[in-house]
Design a protein around this ligand. Structure first.
Ligand code: C5P
Length: 221
């Protein structure tokens, strides 16, 4: 088979934001559109992989040939990933997972009071990609880093701290790329090297990134 083919390889991705409920009608979330993760899922399917896409709430169509599992919260995303990870050979964590969730979810809508301030207590969510990379039989694990400064320093730190095989950094501070944009530019780091993927549409960029991931995966398997 061609070096960059992923025929028969089982690949799981997370994509989109998570929603952390405060009460039945409110949640904490972020601006992730899921575009990059969905483009990566499509590119992986094109390379022949058996793709499972674990997605937070997004308004995007499921790419052709991709199995999609929808979740809302980080805890649900963690549960679904862990339920299926055993059989996966590559894991790509593209989701913008909320770092914290409200400690308690009110069972009824929280009422406005006469007080001018309100305190919400938060607890840390599980780090999905770090938990996957800590598995004894871990898949080739790729994480993302959305940094606004010192991109390489923070990306390399995350690579080693979370025991990832590769990390993909985008500079979210630059206009027209990153969150919710159609174009993106990426810097990719792995333990022995790095490369830049210049500004391009997310579809094209996803193909370049998946080819690189396939290459590095085959180098080590
Ligand atoms: O530590 P930070 O959130 O910046 O790391 C980003 C990377 O970790 C992304 O790949 C993201 O999908 C993943 N992540 C995760 N679970 C979390 C937080 C981040 O999988 N709870």
């Amino acid at each position: 088979p061609k070096a960059q083919s992923l025929a028969g390889v089982r690949l799981m991705l997370t994509a989109g934001p998570t929603r952390e409920a405060l009460d039945p009608v409110r949640f904490i979330s972020n601006h992730s559109s899921g575009k990059m993760g969905f483009a990566l899922a499509a590119a992986a399917a094109e390379l022949g992989a058996e793709v499972t896409l674990v997605s937070g709430p997004v308004s995007l169509a499921t790419p052709a040939g991709v199995r999609r599992l929808d979740v809302e919260s980080a805890a649900q995303m963690h549960g679904v990933v862990m339920d299926h990870i055993d059989t996966q050979q590559i894991f790509i964590a593209c989701a913008a997972v909320a770092d914290y969730a409200p400690k308690t979810v009110a069972s009824h809508k929280i009422k406005k009071t006469s007080a001018d301030t309100m305190v919400i207590e938060l607890t840390k969510n599980p780090d999905i990609v770090a938990n996957v990379a800590a598995l004894p039989n871990k898949p080739f694990t790729v994480g993302f880093a959305a940094e606004t400064r010192d991109v390489e320093k923070y990306a390399r730190d995350k690579l080693s701290r979370k025991k990832l095989d590769m990390i993909v950094a985008n500079n979210v501070a630059k206009a027209g790329q990153g969150f919710n944009a159609d174009d993106n530019a990426l810097s990719v780091f792995w333990p022995e090297g790095q490369t830049d993927l210049p500004l391009a549409g997310k579809t094209e960029l996803a193909r370049h990134l998946l080819t690189l991931i396939a290459e590095k995966y085959h180098d080590t398997h």
